[in-house]
Design a protein around this ligand. Sequence first.
Ligand code: ME8
Length: 644
Amino acid sequence: MSNYITTPIYYVNGEAHIGHAYTTFIADTMARFSRLRGEDTYFLTGTDEHGQKIEESAKKNGRSTKEFADEISESFKNLWDEFGISYDQFIRTTDDKHKLGVQNAFLKMFEKGDIYKGHYEGHYCVSCETFFPEIQLIDGEFCPDCGRSTSTVKEESYFFKLSEYEQKLLDYYDANPEFILPRSRRNEVINFVKGGLNDLSVTRTSFTWGVKMPESMQDDKHVMYVWLDALLNYVTALGYGSDEKNMDYWPATMHLVGKDILRFHAIYWPAFLMSLDLPLPKHIAAHGWWTRDGEKMSKSKGNVVIPKEVADAYGVENLRYFMMREVPFGQDGDFSQRAFIDRINSDLSNDLGNLLNRIIGMSGKYSEFHIDSQHVLEYHTKEVDAMNLVLDALEPFLDELQTHRYLEELWKLFTIGNKAIEEHAPWVKMKADKKDEALATVALVANVLARASVMLHPFMPETTNTVADALGFTINTESYQELIKKRTMLAAFTIKKVPPLFPRVEEPLIPEAPKAVIESHASKVEEPKIEEIEEDNLITFDQFFETTLKVGTVVEAEEVPKSKKLLKLQVDLGDARPRQIIAGIKTFYSAESLLNTQVCVVANLKPAKLMGNLSEGMLLAAKDEDGLCLIRPEKPRKAGAIIG
Ligand code: ME8
């Protein structure tokens, strides 16, 4: 069994921020977990260094492109080293081996007939390194993903026949429901592909900072499109197209990405791999977006959270814990120092830290820091059973990357430990001359903490090593097998004193996001720049496709008793049973007039109750001073037809 886990390779156009750290923390945790289980593991991270965006950033900084890329790439690597990220390889797309691999992949696709030469005429967003057809542009000029101005490009280009992979991709998603995680994001990708895929321009002639064409193609005005170059890093890192040294790790177990780049990983990348006759990764896992104090982070607002600054102030492992505990995987998360401090003081200091302190204190007082487990089962079967139940539940959460549920569940162990101390009050037992009983409780709690530390280790490696050291054991695959898989108790503990692991934090330790920034932002409203429109109002293409819109046929309609506004509709969306939708449209439509007509429905809304009636969707309607009208398809469509 081997696991290959990757982060995105980060652009070298600026320093790392908290979002980069989050992706890297989760990937590192998954890699550490795999190693703890004793599985052969390869963990890749690195930097994405080609393309117009990097060329322009270097120019702005008055540097040569290579010098600039070297410096920023180094700063990412140093940061991950300082953070103890356990990568096996740090790839740079400027590495010769990578470039050779990309050229060979290009040749293979070309020889297979999947790449052809043509002309591109379209609109290019340098920031997203993506072409867009005119129809997708905002106001005919601005990028639909980031809102920045696009430039019109007409140039000779090689194209990848992405259109030919449309059905193969859909079949693959269908046959592999766990390919895209969380599963809630599958629809957005499927809808995008169903909307039709255009062939993809995979070379550029308007700049030179990219992987050159294979020599045998004799076409050196072209360089590779940066996303083709970048995605291939996942295989060139293993030696694809060069020494093939580590290709046994392929296919990847998991590509961890932010939701911003899910489309590239879940559509382009599998199509490229199919073209190369390589197997597809098992999971593409997309996490959500981090904001700060509820606001999007941006350099212009001055509110970017710098991970090094936070880690220096609060400790990198506390930051890892906070980020992975606070946010359900896949959902957006907010970085606020208040929430972070609460987690440190309550979860880490009160629950975990306190338990260790109690063990150190009691074992010192009652038994000169030696504890053995011989009487635990005599007095504590209830707690041992409860502990085993928690351990049973834990690992499946990580299979779907539900780090917050995993940690929430794991924390029940600390509750079991702290509660056992309160209920059994060893100090009372000691006074009553029941030393065996008192020490059985201390030993139970030491075992609880030992097991919890093993399972927390991938999240907080150094901290849990300190706990294990204080308890007198070592966390490794062997102790994982013994304590977790076999549920063996540690026979004896020799406890060591350690300073408190989590000093309480009373006040924010880094400057809060400057308030003035928010005010100055408001004062600029009269003269909006495109960055500000992007930050506040626009959603990305992907965000739009989070909503599933469908055509439905009203098959039953009635009034909701005692309601002035509500109608209860049964709407056929092509599923096994119609959906019940409660719509506030009675003032404008009678129930009968709606029967057998078609409507447009938001089909993936969380169900809600309105006046005691379940509503499983929402109708699209337009309202102005003349009243409300429903939005309907121009011509009848099949019930369930996708809108988008
Ligand atoms: O996209 N919240 O690189 P990139 C959460 N080079 N995650 C965030 C984030 C935020 N606010 N901001 C960034 C690229 N990220 C390409 C990738 S891979 C073949 C090529 C994280 O430097 C998140 O993981 O723009 C996102 O996907 C990644 O940084 C984008 O990093």
